[in-house]
Design a protein around this ligand. Structure first.
Ligand code: NAI
Ligand code: MG
Length: 351
């Protein structure tokens, strides 16, 4: 089998980590009897600076025939973050109905959690983030500009279809894991959107008597993620809450350099897109020291999604072997190896 993959390295460390991840994925493919046909797109802030667009006007249709999209990260100083996000990432997520942002986190061997004394099995959870609506909305605007009564409105959109499908996805996922779902809410402060979210959560929970469900205000949930992470497994959250909680979840496990994510279109009608949780890290860009593990694991998620779970497992094992060995690690893991060193070590560890 040959899979057609669109690669969008993007900006900053996105370029370095996708290069290493492709090396690992190609080797995993050849060892498992399939191949990946890569097409590279230079869509980025650099392109924006030259052409005024992050991607061409027909960008979505150019990608629609691919089996998967592999994204580095976009964003760079000089281009406002809302331009890079709304010019590429958000339009792709929405055009391809990638309404699930799946962000698994776990403590990998050889890495230390900032939570002293926690073992690997206590630190394994998955954030199911709503990825198509919610707080990330273009509705709103600035009023009375320049006057004493100046104000802005930023509206959220929660549709029945949108809320039901993400919550149902979380319950289905919980059936395959620990059988526990926790929903992030804030219905004491956000008095329209979150009570609606909670109402639909309760309706769907009733359809899954075998799954333990609970809801938690997002502030308390953040504290629990640090103090009692073993009480969490599947966490379902709105677009904004899920974004924040997944960086926190990554931080309490191995750090941002280790956390992959998938933007999934569950029916498989459109390509899904895989990327690291982290961004383009301008503070370390161009130094060749970014940790490629998050991007490599995002690649494993992509292969699993494409129907190659054997190759995905092999990549996870190779990452674990290299990290447990500990002799090749990037500075964020306390070592002094380069992005390329670590990528090569992972590729060489594949069997
Ligand atoms: P960031 O995730 O790029 O960096 C946060 C911190 O983590 C930095 O100190 C960075 O050096 C470190 N870090 C991140 N990934 C690392 C890795 N693989 N290895 C070692 N250290 C790593 O977040 P930040 O600084 O908020 O955003 C930078 C740019 O990235 C912004 O323009 C932002 O909009 C964009 N961004 C893009 C995303 C995407 O394309 N999906 C997601 C998040 C941010
Ligand atoms: Mg984020």
């Amino acid at each position: 089998t040959e899979y057609k993959i669109a690669s969008i390295p993007g900006d900053g460390i996105g370029v370095d980590v996708t290069l290493e991840a492709r090396k690992v994925l190609d080797r995993a493919a050849s060892l498992n009897g399939f191949s990946l046909r890569w097409t590279e797109f230079d869509w980025s802030c650099e392109r924006f600076a030259e052409t005024g667009r992050m991607m061409p006007e027909d960008g979505v249709s150019q990608l629609s025939a691919f089996d998967g999209i592999f994204l580095g990260a976009v964003g760079f100083p000089g281009v406002p973050d809302h331009v890079s996000l709304w010019g590429l990432l958000i339009p792709l997520r929405r055009a391809f109905a990638q309404y699930v942002n799946l962000r698994p986190v776990r403590l990998l061997p050889g890495t230390t959690s900032v939570l002293a004394g926690r073992s690997a099995d206590e630190l394994e959870m998955v954030i199911v983030r709503e990825n198509s609506e919610g707080e990330y909305s273009q509705l709103g605007g600035r009023h009375n500009t320049g006057q004493p009564g100046e104000f802005v409105l930023q509206e959220s959109v929660f549709t029945r279809v949108g809320v039901e499908r993400i919550i149902r996805y979380a319950f289905e996922l919980a059936k395959t894991r620990s059988g526990r779902v926790c929903s992030a809410t804030k219905s004491n402060g956000l008095i329209h959107s979150m009570p609606y979210w909670d109402e639909i959560f309760a309706e769907i929970a009733a359809e899954y008597p075998g799954v333990h469900s609970e809801q938690c205000h997002v502030d308390a949930l953040a504290a629990r993620m640090v103090q009692q992470p073993d009480r969490l497994d599947v966490v379902v959250a709105s677009n904004l809450f899920g974004d924040i909680l997944s960086d926190l979840a990554a931080a309490v496990t191995g750090g941002l350099g280790m956390a992959p994510s998938g933007n999934i279109n569950p029916p498989g009608e459109h390509p899904s897109m895989f990327e690291a949780v982290h961004g383009s890290a301008p503070d370390i860009a161009g130094q060749g020291i970014a940790n490629p593990v998050a991007q490599v694991l995002a690649g494993a998620m992509m292969l699993d999604h494409l129907g190659e779970p054997g190759a995905a497992r092999a990549i996870n094992s190779a990452v674990e072997k290299v990290l447990a060995d500990g002799s090749v690690t990037t500075p964020d893991l306390g070592g002094n190896s380069t992005t390329t060193d670590l990528g090569t070590a992972i590729a060489d560890a594949l069997t």
